[in-house]
Design a protein around this ligand. Structure first.
Ligand code: ATP
Ligand code: MG
Length: 571
């Protein structure tokens, strides 16, 4: 491709609306442009990279024996109504009506639709196992679309679904997808970890997420160097810190004016956070509940929602807190509270602690478990650095991660809801056992950029780069340089290299800046030494450039690119 013919308006300034590096660079490198919040157009350069990610995923799915098909994005409500998810999805689902006022949605995920297809096509145990997938556009009206295509409202997902006779079969299909995911992400050069994940609203018996380590990740992952345990912090089990049990002292109400936050209380009472239990009110599917955790801990809303079986969960509004507690916000406590109290395991370890008194400017001290009656005592807090590993007891570390893929043992949730059965060897109708497996294509692309960049721009791994090499004549008006550059360009093309020729009549600085910004792995610069048959060879990921004879530079570029594309698939 000749750069002079490209639509490539790179930006020198960092766009103000972009917070993460990948978002900034995707805009600056003219990969995409915003159409609306969380909705982007992919421009030529961006689309090439998107196709590369797609193709790697496709090849790994095919190698694992999955078959590709394509479902519509616009889907009738009935299948989601049958599974119950028409309601569960709530406002995240884009809904529309056709001219006959029939309900449709833009597919947020396709479990129901694949189940429906398999129900029609599969009848015998002989047709199983089966893994089907598509690479297709999904729609989710996210509450907070952000970070460009990392959390967008329209995005491309590879979604696969496995269909097996039984749980044992599912285990095998799941394992194949696990390996296919590892292979795909390795081919893209990603540094990732696989973590246990919350199964959430999807139900099912187990799930894992593929997390790309990155500061801009929205997820936190806890992992243990000692035993290899790794889990999303939504899921990671917390071990209560042991605290010395004290003899209960006399319960006392104390005046704590203006101490409505833990920090203010710590200052006021000259003690530390571990001596408080905070009580937070939540609205869970419209009902108010209270949750207690130690003062220095955070409530884990995923664990809470799972415990309550709640679909919608959020902190209660201030006016509800005032009404329920009879006090200003900041003075809630478990004693005499007229709503059910869900208490974290660690609170049960505490003695003589401090809680809000449900009265403005008052707390209770010397509170013990005997002073109130929790509905349930359970693991309701979020793991943090300094906690111990729930598996081996050694300290855990935490890191931020971007969830690029999710694999899931679904079981029979959807095949039961949609009555999808097969006839076994004895002719008995049996529910098919399912797994589902997603990769966010655009988000994965952004994650590759998050891990591969410097102050000058993107540093594409060869496998994902929009073009593998760029030839830059330094002086666009020098005929000798231009002819030589043209010649190298053609030879690289003949060798199957995806190559750019920057034939624009621009200053060399502009061309170098753009080549760096758009992250092309190999650069061959044709400059003053062209007449001696010497060019400059430089890799984007290295500082240094070397002078090479023309033919050598071409050979070197081909060898480098071919080596970088080689990949040993783990079976
Ligand atoms: P998240 O917790 O980030 O919202 P999810 O659990 O809703 O993700 P899944 O339903 O498992 O995601 O979807 C499969 C994959 O699709 C995810 O692993 C992610 O890579 C991608 N994905 C999900 N939501 C989005 C989004 N809004 N924008 C871009 N990619 C997404
Ligand atoms: Mg989501």
């Amino acid at each position: 491709m000749r750069v002079s013919n490209m639509m490539l308006k790179t930006l020198r300034e960092v766009p103000a609306e972009a917070e993460t590096v990948s978002h900034q660079l995707m805009l600056r490198a003219a990969m995409m442009r915003k159409m609306a919040a969380g909705i982007y157009s992919f421009l030529p350069l961006g689309l090439r990279t998107l196709h590369k990610v797609e193709q790697i995923v496709r090849e790994e799915m095919d190698a694992a024996g999955a078959q590709e098909l394509l479902m519509p994005a616009i889907l009738p409500a009935e299948y989601y109504q049958e599974s119950g998810r028409w309601d569960v999805f709530g406002p995240e689902m884009f809904r529309l009506k056709d001219r006959g006022a029939r309900d449709f949605c833009l597919g947020p995920t396709h479990e129901e639709i694949f189940t429906q297809i398999v129900k029609g096509e599969v009848s015998s145990y002989r047709q199983l196992p089966l893994t089907l997938y598509q690479i297709q556009t999904k729609y989710r009206d996210e509450r907070r679309p952000r970070f460009g295509v990392m959390r967008s409202r329209e995005f491309i997902m590879k979604d696969a679904y496995s269909f097996d006779r039984d749980e044992k079969g599912l285990d095998v299909s799941y394992q194949k997808m696990y390996k296919a995911y590892c292979n795909a992400f390795k081919r893209m050069g990603l540094d990732f970890i696989v973590v246990d994940a919350d199964s959430g609203a999807m139900g099912g018996s187990g799930s894992q997420e593929f997390m790309v380590k990155s500061e801009s990740g929205e997820d936190t992952v806890a992992y243990c160097e000692a035993c290899g345990y790794a889990a999303n912090d939504e899921k990671a089990a917390c071990v209560p810190e042991k605290m010395a049990k004290e003899e209960p002292k006399e319960l006392k109400k104390i005046h704590t004016p203006k101490a409505g936050t833990i920090e203010e209380l710590v200052d006021f009472l000259h003690t530390d956070e571990k001596h408080f239990a905070k009580t937070l009110l939540y609205a869970a599917d419209g009902k108010t509940v209270a949750v207690m955790v130690r003062g220095d801990r955070e409530v884990n809303e995923t664990k809470l929602a799972n415990l309550l079986g709640a679909n919608e969960l959020a902190l209660a509004e201030a006016d509800v807190v005032v009404e329920v507690t009879g006090a200003r916000v900041g003075f809630a406590g478990p004693i005499g509270l007229p709503v059910p109290v869900y208490c974290d395991l660690e609170v049960a370890e505490m003695s003589n602690f401090i809680v809000g008194a449900n009265e403005s400017d008052y707390h209770y001290e010397n509170v013990n478990m005997k002073d109130f009656t929790p509905e349930v005592i359970a693991d309701l807090r979020t793991i943090t650095e300094g906690d111990v590993c729930p598996r081996c007891g050694k300290p855990v570390s935490t890191t931020r991660g971007v969830e690029v893929g999710h694999i899931f043992k679904l079981g029979t949730k959807y095949t039961e809801a949609l009555d999808c059965t097969y006839l076994d060897e004895n002719g008995a109708a049996t529910k098919i056992v399912m797994g589902c497996y997603g990769i966010g294509i655009n988000r994965t692309l952004a994650a590759v950029i998050e891990q591969n960049n410097d102050e000058n721009g993107i540093i594409w791994p060869v496998s994902v780069a929009p073009y593998q090499a760029v030839v830059v004549p330094v002086n666009g008006t020098n005929e000798e340089q231009m002819a030589l550059a043209e010649d190298i360009y053609k030879k690289l093309q003949k060798n199957g290299i995806e190559v750019l020729l920057d034939d624009r009549n621009e200053r060399p600085g502009v061309k170098f800046k753009d080549a760096d910004l758009i992250g092309i792995p190999v650069r061959i610069t044709v400059g003053k030494k062209a007449s001696e048959g010497i060019v400059e060879y430089k890799l984007r990921q290295e500082e240094a450039a070397t002078d090479l004879a023309i033919e050598e530079a071409i050979k070197e570029a081909c060898a480098y690119i071919q080596t970088a594309l080689q990949f040993e698939r783990e079976e």
